[in-house]
Design a protein around this ligand. Structure first.
Ligand SMILES: CC(C)(COP(=O)(O)OP(=O)(O)OC[C@H]1O[C@@H](n2cnc3c(N)ncnc32)[C@H](O)[C@@H]1OP(=O)(O)O)[C@@H](O)C(=O)NCCC(=O)NCCS
Length: 185
């Protein structure tokens, strides 16, 4: 496992609530299980594309043991709770070609529509760009208007998948801004 990127830790106030954003750690495993257990069926279905109610031990391990390069997850903790509890997560995993990564994002139900999905995805995109990925992709169900809107707002373009009409592939080019500026100048 690579070095924990402490420079991604951030305290912020969102919707009048103090939150901490930080990279996930191996000791978040129990909290990751609780987070998924408390999702509504609808939220879990949109995230996992199946009626998942609990994470398997293998998935919980994998989700919390990231290497901060080919796999990364940023979590948001509600600091008004004691202990602070996880209310959202945005993650990516490198795809086979390695220059592209695939995202997934989940916000716990009571925190949806409060700007947290946008905040976590913006940070994840910045991190992936810094790591040199050239694009980010993600599968989104056609009926998931919330995620479609959020992805569009972040600059993703939607592509239909001929093999799976129920799903849209969202894609964002991540070319480093400096490279674009150099090419133009
Ligand atoms: C989709 C999801 C990540 C959005 O997160 P969120 O924190 O609720 O979104 P935000 O509050 O940051 O919204 C940001 C923008 O996204 C859009 N948006 C979010 N939810 C929306 C909804 N239900 N309908 C329409 N637009 C929506 C809006 O443009 C919004 O901007 P605005 O508030 O200025 O209108 C969240 O609802 C979720 O976890 N859903 C279940 C899991 C899932 O679908 N994951 C995606 C597949 S990996």
């Amino acid at each position: 496992m690579r070095r924990y990127p402490a420079d991604c830790e951030e305290e912020l106030i969102l919707d009048e609530t103090p939150l901490k954003i930080r990279p996930i750690r191996a000791d978040d495993l129990a909290e990751e299980l609780r987070f998924v257990h408390e999702l509504s069926p609808d939220t879990a279905y949109h995230r996992f594309f199946s009626p998942v109610r609990e994470l398997s031990a293998e998935m919980a391990w994998r989700f919390t043991h990231v290497d901060y390069h080919s796999t990364m997850a940023l979590i948001a903790l509600d600091r008004t709770q004691s202990p602070a509890n996880m209310v959202g997560v945005a993650r990516y995993a490198a795809t086979a070609g390695a220059s592209c990564c695939e995202f997934a994002v989940t916000i716990t139900d009571r925190w949806q529509h409060r700007g947290l999905g946008l905040v976590l995805m913006q940070r994840l995109i910045t991190y992936a760009r810094r790591k040199g990925y050239s694009s980010m992709v993600g599968a989104v169900m056609q009926d998931n208007m919330g995620m479609r809107q959020l992805a569009t707002r972040l600059g993703f373009r939607a592509h239909t998948d001929p093999e799976d009409p129920a799903t849209l592939q969202m894609r964002l080019a991540l070319e480093a801004e400096e490279k674009v500026a150099t090419a133009a100048g």
